[in-house]
Write a protein that binds this ligand. Structure first.
Ligand SMILES: Nc1ncnc2c1ncn2[C@@H]1O[C@H](COP(=O)(O)OP(=O)(O)OP(=O)(O)O)[C@@H](O)[C@H]1O
Ligand SMILES: [Mg+2]
Length: 305
């Protein structure tokens, strides 16, 4: 697998505040979520990778190039959607985007063509000739997304792209980002504090809190523990089944529609045998999948303890 981003003990201090604290991570290509609560250090990490802010200590590489030495070369290969608006005053979307395209080295003609393609992709119609300052938040977010596409970069850094959007705008934005990953095959680093957004788009995740790496890996693997609990649904004498489970040393928890049984060795075999023994019909049996929310809270708790 291709290593896109690698940091070693990357640290950023703002006076007393440790925005990044010995942050070491290796990120492979693909769609990666950067998850953390407010103030976790997401934007700081993104800006440090772009070489927009100098790190206090530690090292970072993007495309195997050093972020302090090769920042310009790195930036040419990256599309960046910043968290805050940073439009040039008094420009319409076409002038703004084609100007950015030219700044990144495209000819005026190519830049204009890419501008219209990007605006078509994000579904900005005739409004593209209106001054950006008159746009709604949703439209501004779309322009910021379009600006990441102009120079056809390999990696796109999206800093909280769904911020400020209503449910429809949010859904639309996620769909556009999904298309960029699935149909255009781009690598993305998608920062958010909204778990569901990340889960919809990314297969890998980096969780950070208070400038520290909390956990990283494939979302699916993080959601399934090594020793998962079991969830079963039965029809018949549930009371008797629970009794049998308990007397055999298992720890069942009766929930509204099912029973959660805490992990124990050979749990599946034992539960199936006990169901037969209690003469209940097993209607459902699966390992318990945590929601990303539960996982997130658990991970953050680990750091705060
Ligand atoms: N220019 C700055 N000067 C001083 N402190 C800063 C500066 N930029 C960020 N910080 C602090 O660094 C920490 C990390 O901030 P950062 O913006 O990276 O977090 P974030 O994860 O992007 O948060 P959010 O979800 O709110 O955007 C915070 O405590 C923040 O207050
Ligand atoms: Mg931020």
């Amino acid at each position: 697998m291709n290593i896109l981003i690698e940091t070693k003990n990357l640290t950023k201090l703002y006076g007393e505040v440790q925005a990044l604290n010995n942050f070491s991570v290796k990120i492979e290509s693909g769609a990666i979520g950067l998850l953390g609560p407010n103030g976790a250090g997401k934007s700081t990490l993104i800006k440090a990778l772009l070489g927009l802010i100098p790190a206090s200590s530690g090292t970072g590489k993007v495309f195997s190039r050093d972020i302090t030495i090769d920042a310009l070369t790195i930036r040419q290969r990256i599309g960046y959607m910043p968290e805050n608006d940073c439009f040039l005053p008094d420009l319409n979307a076409v002038s703004y985007l084609s100007y950015l395209g030219e700044l990144s080295g495209l000819s005026p003609r190519d830049s204009m063509q890419r501008t219209h393609e990007a605006l078509y992709y994000v579904k900005i119609g005739d409004e593209r000739y209106r001054n950006i300052s008159t746009y709604s938040t949703g439209m501004k977010q779309k322009i910021k997304l379009a600006q990441t596409l102009i120079h056809d970069p390999e990696l796109i850094l999206l800093d909280e792209p769904t911020t400020g959007l209503d449910p429809t705008g949010r859904r639309e934005m996620l769909k556009l980002i999904k298309g960029i990953v699935k149909n255009q095959g781009k690598n993305i680093l998608f920062s958010s504090h909204i778990l569901q957004d990340i889960e919809q788009i990314c297969d890998k995740i980096i969780v950070l809190n208070r400038g520290e790496l909390v956990s990283t890996g494939k979302i699916k693997e993080l959601l399934y523990e090594k020793h998962p609990d079991l969830v079963v649904r039965v029809r018949g004498n549930v009371g008797l089944f629970l009794q049998r489970l308990r007397s055999s040393g298992l720890k069942p928890i009766k929930r509204k529609n099912d029973i959660l049984i805490k992990y124990a060795p050979d749990i599946t075999k034992r539960v199936v045998a006990l169901a037969a023994d209690a003469n209940v019909q097993l209607r459902y049996l699966d390992s318990s999948k945590r929601t990303l929310e539960e996982l997130f809270i658990k991970l953050i708790d680990q750091v705060e303890k």
